[in-house]
Design a protein around this ligand. Sequence first.
Ligand code: ATP
Length: 241
Amino acid sequence: MENRGISKVENILEVHEVTKKYSATHALRGVSVTLGAGKITGLLGSNGSGKSTLMKIIAGLTHPTSGSVAVLGGPVGPASKAVVSFMPDRPLTESWMSVGDALKFQRAFYPDFDPDKAQRMLEFMKLKEKDKVNTLSKGMNERLQLTMVLSRRARLYLLDEPIGGVDPVARTRILDALVEFYEEDSTILLSTHMVSDIERIFDDVIFLKEGEVIMHSEVDELRLRHGKSIDELFREVYAEC
Ligand SMILES: Nc1ncnc2c1ncn2[C@@H]1O[C@H](COP(=O)(O)OP(=O)(O)OP(=O)(O)O)[C@@H](O)[C@H]1O
């Protein structure tokens, strides 16, 4: 009933009953998720809950064992990859690159790369084009990865642990950049298990546990209903993990 009157294509992402098995491991079990435009959604879950696997399936880097994914109403393939910008949990850069090389590389691959946005992001992130990737600190490296990914004018951004392992100052800068450079007609799906620092930027959250979606709700509604922060709820839900 809730989607009556809304055409299917207005959903940026539709994940339907997706299951993924790696031999004996059930990484995802019947995951269904729908995301509209203009939202920053947190994909929350403890280690091994299936966050990266779900992102890789949406990005088209691995196939589901069963179920389907639609991006802007179409299947995962060249057309979806043109509108999905993915920041994996491993760097997109090579060690020989400078920051400028990394951005050139991204520009060559993606027609939706916006050089002006990239320049503004470099400035915001305090990165210099001549800096060598292999001399950047972990925090500066994360800033570069995010700059590469957000400089595309994509419709769906998949950010896998963009604040993993960085210090609080870098974390704040990265979150501020997300808010500053986020475009309203796009959607961000961001995975993390570091909820307290980041919950301020989420519109809604998905709780993934042992490969299953156990909750998908707006954060304001969750806070009102439970009288708790998302971080407190997260700690309760995953207490035994
Ligand atoms: N290529 C693979 N081969 C075999 N098992 C895998 C593979 N990738 C993931 N898994 C398993 O699938 C499950 C889900 O892993 P996944 O990396 O998706 O979880 P995650 O929530 O992203 O975890 P983390 O927060 O630690 O990154 C885990 O049990 C993991 O060991």
